[in-house]
Ligand binder design. Sequence first.
Ligand code: K1U
Ligand code: ZN
Length: 169
Amino acid sequence: MALLNILHFPDPKLRTVAKPVTVFDDILKQLVADMFETMYEAPGIGLAATQVDRHIRLLVMDVSDKGDNPRCLINPEIVDSQGEEEMDEGCLSIPGFYETVKRANHIRVRAQNTDGEFFEFEAEGLESVCIQHEMDHLEGKLFVDYISSLKRNRIRSKLLKLKKQKMSA
Ligand code: K1U
Ligand code: ZN
């Protein structure tokens, strides 16, 4: 297994729209294993392939308290959504910043597993929010797109400054 490099905002690669997964082979399974390792090590509760510069429709997540409920969604689709809720969100691609985002609180999701088999399930609360956050990544969208451009530009400047400091250290 291997730890993968996580792209940071405002890297333009985070704006790439991911392509559907069509081949369910050992290379895909290895990427899924590496993404889980990267997510748990970060630590985070979710990770989209876009964030590790792989532009395919794949996400991993684990919103359990103990980190013992790994879930991998390939070619995920939200087939039904209900209600609204506001929750503070973080992002491994926007480290150190948290913002409140309004999303559907109850969703029904259809996805494929690493063998290409379809499955459906319902999610609510943090799980629902996390799935929507990760699916946004697959569309090249970030939680900062839901806040004012003033706040977004402040976050951009701070992260670029931190990157410069790290490079000259
Ligand atoms: O997509 C990502 O960048 C991962 C992100 C997912 C997420 C968090 C909160 C709301 C919606 C989506 C994170 O995992 S940020 C880190 C985080 O939330 C966390 C880290 C350690 C323990 C518990 C949570
Ligand atoms: Zn994120």
